[in-house]
Write a protein that binds this ligand. Structure first.
Ligand code: TRP
Length: 446
């Protein structure tokens, strides 16, 4: 096997960190986090979400990093390496999840490309809702989805160092600077006061509900790119001198911070126009309708700020899409012995084709998203906990390498063995029936 000796590597520690943060920070932070917070009691949701990220997200993230760096292989092989052939199907599910998620994620990313362009060149006109319908479904949606996939494929096809790392090192600091700048600008808006009030006042009455727990757990996994081997794959290009626990805390911290700051942009904007009800009521399209309305009412300033906002969405989406494609590409390279270039273009083309279903029917996109979040990612996270908690020979030795002996590792393994799987098991039991119903409804209805 030639693979091991010539395996690609990150060129620097910051390269890995920024690429992993790039994977985590994406549409989930700026698009879904805000509307979940708006729907579910503002700060109460934020607090609950941060707690989940610490208690569930970080342990699973560290588990993925440990498997990937330990095995130095793509997900399917890494699982087999530590667990034997019985774990191969889980790896196959991971690759399939990457395939499915990227197929619709790229369609949404295509909307953001379109939106950035419209913002720059003259605005959305009066009826944004109709405009959204035009943009989000049909040939337009397909065209921009294809465009976005081409960019993703080109970057991933160029390699870990020359493609993914280089793009992340340039794009992530820029994204961070723009989001912070937008948050400062948003503080000057008329809606800032009421927006902050809605966002930062905690209404705990919404939290008693299992749906909120399910949404928060799904969001925590999605936002941290967990449950399908993306972080595992990125960690497989790391050396043993890297400090995995501190990486996992930095990655999760940056992810939550950017989601939180994005909320500081979104809430004042939607309250500047009194559009808050529209956001808390709807799902996929919420921000794509209300935010342009807000920008449209601000004249030239709105044009510039709107374009900046959508450019950050594009950047976030692109660095996330790279990690989704990398799971599929690395597995194809390892499994079929293909070159990176070939793997990227062939699998990327197949994913693009699958995404056409979402581009032509937003209900497909919505259901694929529910299925991925509620079943694939949470189920994948559940399996990963059991794998590292019970099956992997010595995960503690793996995460200890590169640190100077931290004492909380047994707590980590205890979380992975008992607490997190129990929690995820409950959430899964609650969410699987409704999700299957949604999938079934779509299949039988169309
Ligand atoms: N985390 C990204 C976001 O918040 C999306 C993403 C990238 C992802 N890679 C992933 C989600 C792997 C699940 C699994 O937008």
């Amino acid at each position: 096997m030639a693979g091991a000796a010539e395996r690609e590597r990150w060129s620097s520690r910051a390269g890995f960190t920024l690429a992993a943060i790039g994977s985590a920070v994406g549409l989930g932070n700026m698009w879904r986090f805000s509307y979940l917070a708006a729907q579910n009691g503002g700060a109460a949701f934020v607090i609950f979400y941060v707690g989940l990220t610490i208690a569930v997200g970080i342990p699973v993230l560290l588990a993925e990093l440990a498997i990937g760096r330990g095995a130095q292989q793509s997900p399917i092989r890494a699982l087999v390496h530590f667990g034997g052939g019985a774990w191969r199907p889980l790896g196959v599910v991971f690759v399939a999840a990457g395939f499915l998620i990227l197929s619709y994620y790229s369609v949404i990313a295509g909307w953001t490309v379109r939106y950035a362009w419209i913002s720059l060149t003259g605005g959305f006109g009066e009826n944004v809702a109709d405009r959204f319908t035009d943009i989000s479904e049909g040939w337009d949606a397909l065209a921009f989805h294809v465009l976005f996939m081409l960019a993703t494929i080109a970057i991933v096809g160029s390699g870990v160092k020359a493609g993914i790392e280089r793009a992340s090192v340039v794009m992530m600091p820029a994204l961070f600077a723009i989001v912070v700048g937008l948050a400062i600008w948003a503080a000057t808006l008329d809606g800032a006061g009421p927006g902050y009030a809605k966002y930062l006042n905690a209404d705990f009455s919404k939290l008693g509900n299992w749906d909120v727990v399910k949404d928060a757990a799904g969001q925590a996994f999605f936002s941290l790119s967990l449950g399908m081997g993306a972080m595992l794959t990125y960690a497989s290009y790391l050396g043993r001198d890297e400090n995995l626990p501190s990486e996992s805390v930095v990655i999760a911290g940056a992810d939550v911070a950017i989601a939180f700051i994005a909320g500081l942009v979104v809430f004042p904007l939607i309250f500047a126009l009194g559009l808050s009800d529209a956001v808390s009521a709807s799902t996929v399209g919420a921000l794509f309708i209300t935010l342009p309305q807000a920008f449209a009412h601000m004249g030239a300033v709105g044009q510039v700020v709107g374009a900046l906002f959508f450019v950050t969405l594009i950047v976030g989406a692109l660095t996330s899409a790279m990690s989704l494609l990398e799971v599929v590409v690395a597995s194809t390279m390892d499994g079929l012995g293909w070159s990176r270039h070939r793997a990227a273009w062939v699998t990327g083309a197949a994913i693009t084709a699958l995404g056409a279903f979402s581009a032509f029917d937003i209900r497909v996109l919505d259901v694929a998203d529910q299925f991925a979040n509620n079943i694939l990612l949470l189920g994948g996270g559940f399996a990963l906990c059991l794998f590292v908690g019970w099956v992997m020979p010595d995960p503690i030795a793996e995460v200890r390498a590169g640190t100077d002996g931290v004492t909380w590792f047994p707590i980590w393994r205890g979380l992975l063995r008992y607490v997190v799987p129990l929690f995820l098991g409950f959430v899964l039991i609650r969410s699987v029936p409704a999700t299957i119903e949604a999938v079934w409804g779509l299949l039988s209805g169309s």
